[in-house]
Ligand binder design. Structure first.
Ligand code: HEC
Length: 711
């Protein structure tokens, strides 16, 4: 590993000497005014009114219904509420921004960024900033970052254009053809809001540059090129012209700020296309990196790449946690990054030096045409991975003989083995899958003890790559349409055969339910988890409709050459197919989801317990299997860890010391969000969004539920 921070060592030494003795103060952790608790991303509260002794008396204080959930499992809420100056700020399934009274759940005001029009995307939270009487909420929906008056929900007229900044601008591509959103809130440093983006995993993704905007004007103050341009450091870690056509390497999950040192810590995702890298040979800096960036200038201080040349969709999924640990008798300020691989990487915050050594270990080569897998990947010697790193026939589910036989049959001929198995035409079992390990819920830390708590998933994928046929001209319009469909990554969600999944609708009988006009409009705006596709040309659209509506007899008269670049982009995958058994349970031996406690002082995993259960499997006599979970934990000085996120729709309190369940409550829907802990007039509350839906596909709801102790 090169030491990229040499270049800034002089600078760092200079300012670090001055601030060395200073310690970050975060309102001693009694507020929750920043996404996931504070800018250090601790998700920790020092409130202890609710504690191990009395948590059994916790009950619902109020429930607020946003009123805009979609039927079935078509909408979700992923928002971690913030509470500032006696007001709670939340977002709804259709991304309305709502101010609530935090002790009653009564609505104060509501702002609809779509103005009654079609909403799309998800939102995980908002950002607060104030200066004197100027108090604002920053919040993103569609392609815009909005600045809203925190008192009355009105747009701030002088921010960007009439209160909003267009996130598509400044990415060195034609903004009108881009689909750029932001799911996670930006972070404040002084007069800047530093903001990441959520992009498609497909070929159409623009680069995920990080931007810092002036909080008042919305002007771009700096841009960090996560995909370096010619002449910039890191440019030579890509194929020569990749910077012009490759996208991704974005920060979609949020970031953390060390306000004392003025460093923003930014985790990035993989480069797009996510599962094939033949057109982006090399390590691909700064994709899949933890970046330490000087917050004022946007200059890189240090970086560490956690996945080289990612072809597994192993985006860094959560903002890193900043805390202090004890190392050989010394207190060290560290940054800890959880990953989809279930590995936890811990670095010295100033230097980027790993706290526990990281080894580069060899991984398997790919036999897919043009794909050059990086020959090694980084593994920390401590903590041990929180999820299994291999899948062989021995690991096939054993919950019943039928399940075992079904999955054995499904993986016949597939590649499998250790983590970082390359993808293949025959199919590869990817384990951990792209749902983690850790996911966007991330980890909570107890900064008083150097402890980290994180939920992880163990859900294998069975990924099949297919080559896009690039030979000759398509005779029929449906064939052109199939190519448009494939190249635009519709396959990833709806499947190569358009069969869909429990989350993504099948597109096989569209003519029975939808008109072409409806579909064209959907492709234009997106809806819920269905992204917008502004890049599709008129010809693309015509061909796509022929394909989707099975107009088999239409000849390709226009000789449409849909994507000339198809010659380079030879492979796509057939969908994020979960390797499940015949009943939909994961195809690997349990556990399928766990909650973990890691001592970051020693690097030891202190405990690991199943998180969530399937009542019907318990009834059959199986021990708790855990379920996939989305949404993270919060930890409190009451010795408790609060977490929802599981398929069984429970919200639970665990004993911080032992991992024992001390309390649980069945929510109106899965709490696919991180809870917030706060206090009003001497009373402690815990609130969580119960929106269901999302990638879990459990039934949707529109509730925020707050809990407090029975009087
Ligand atoms: C990231 C996953 C994802 C991708 C990529 C995606 N879709 Fe979708 N699509 C969805 C989801 C989710 C819905 C359901 C939206 C809703 O009703 O809430 C949907 C709905 C649809 C529908 C409506 C189906 C119905 O019966 O109502 C059509 C048609 C469709 N998608 C076509 C496409 C096409 C064509 C592409 C590629 C250009 C595409 N989708 C890419 C997730 C995706």
């Amino acid at each position: 590993m090169k030491k990229p921070y040499y270049q800034s060592l002089v600078y760092s030494l200079g300012c670090l000497l001055i601030i060395y003795a200073c310690k970050h103060k975060e309102d001693v952790h009694t507020t929750w005014s920043v996404y996931r608790g504070d800018a250090y991303n601790t998700a920790y509260s020092a409130l202890d009114q609710i504690n191990k002794e009395n948590v059994s008396r916790l009950e619902v204080a109020w429930t607020y219904h946003t009123g805009d959930a979609e039927p079935g499992n078509h909408s979700t809420i992923q928002c971690n509420p913030i509470i500032v100056n006696g007001t709670m700020y939340v977002t709804s399934p259709k991304l309305k921004l709502i101010a609530l009274n935090p002790s009653t759940g009564k609505e104060i005001w509501k702002f609809d960024p779509f103005n009654g029009g079609q909403s799309s995307g998800v939102n995980r939270g908002v950002t607060y900033w104030e200066s004197g009487s100027d108090k604002r909420i920053y919040f993103s929906a569609g392609p815009y970052l909005y600045s809203v008056n925190a008192m009355d929900g009105r747009l701030s007229p002088n921010f960007g254009v009439e209160g909003k900044v267009d996130l598509r601008e400044g990415l060195l591509r034609d903004p009108s053809k881009l689909n750029v959103t932001s799911t996670s809130p930006g972070i404040i440093y002084k007069n800047l809001i530093i903001q990441g983006t959520a992009l498609s995993d497909g070929w159409d993704a623009p680069p995920g540059f990080i931007r810092a905007y002036d909080v008042k004007t919305g002007k771009t103050v700096w841009t960090f090129h996560t995909i370096p341009q010619p002449g910039e450091t890191g440019y030579n870690t890509w194929s020569e012209n990749a910077y012009q056509e490759v996208g991704g390497a974005n920060n979609w999950c949020g970031m953390s700020v060390d306000d004392i040192r003025g460093i923003v810590f930014i985790p990035t995702g993989s480069a797009s296309f996510d599962f094939y890298g033949g057109n982006r040979k090399g390590k691909n800096l700064y994709a899949n990196c933890l970046l330490a960036i000087e917050a004022v200038t946007g200059k890189l201080i240090w970086h560490y790449q956690l996945v080289h040349h990612d072809i597994w969709d192993y985006d860094l999924p959560a903002p890193p946690n900043l805390l202090t640990v004890s190392q050989n008798g010394k207190q060290v300020d560290v940054v800890a990054q959880v990953t989809k691989m279930g590995m936890v990487f811990v670095f010295n915050r100033e230097t980027g030096e790993p706290i526990f050594p990281i080894e580069e270990r060899p991984v398997s080569a790919s036999d897919i045409l043009g794909e050059e897998v990086w020959t090694t990947q980084p593994f920390p010697v401590k903590p041990v991975p929180l999820v299994r790193h291999k899948f062989t026939e021995d690991d096939v589910t054993d919950i019943s003989p039928e399940s075992h036989a079904y999955v054995r049959n499904k993986i016949k001929g597939a590649n499998m083995g250790s983590i970082y198995m390359p993808h293949s035409i025959e199919g590869t079992v990817q384990f951990p899958g792209s749902r983690g390990g850790a996911e966007w819920g991330g980890a909570a830390v107890d900064p008083t003890q150097g402890m980290l708590y994180v939920n992880t998933n163990e859900i294998p994928l069975l990924i099949k790559m297919r080559q896009i046929d690039v030979a000759g001209r398509d005779l029929f319009l449906t064939d052109v349409g199939r190519r448009v469909y494939t190249l635009n990554n519709c396959t990833a969600c709806h499947g190569g055969d358009r069969a869909g999944t429990n989350v993504y609708p099948a597109l096989t009988n569209l003519h029975k339910t939808k008109s072409e006009k409806q579909i064209a409009s959907l492709l234009k705006t997106g809806k819920g988890q269905m992204p917008a596709f502004p890049n599709l040309s008129q010809d693309d659209m015509e061909a796509l409709m022929a394909f989707l509506f099975d107009k088999k007899d239409l000849r390709n008269k226009k000789a449409i050459h849909v994507h000339d670049s198809a010659k380079k982009y030879r492979f796509v995958h057939d969908g994020w197919n979960l390797l499940n058994d015949q009943e939909g349970y994961p195809g690997v031996k349990p556990p399928w989801g766990t909650l973990n406690a890691v001592d970051l002082n020693s690097g030891e995993v202190l405990w690991k317990v199943p998180l969530g259960e399937y009542p019907e499997l318990i009834a059959k006599g199986l021990p708790p299997t855990g379920t996939q979970s989305l949404g993270g934990p919060a930890v409190t000085a009451g010795g408790l860890i609060f977490i929802g996120g599981t398929r069984d729709e429970y919200f639970r309190a665990f004993d911080q010391k032992t991992g024992k369940i001390l309390w649980q409550y069945k929510l109106p829907a899965t709490g696919t969000a991180t809870p917030s802990v706060y206090e009003v007039d001497g009373k402690q509350y815990i609130v969580i969004a119960a929106g269901g839906g999302g990638k879990l596909g459990t039934p949707s709801s529109d509730a925020y539920v707050a809990f407090s102790l029975k009087e």
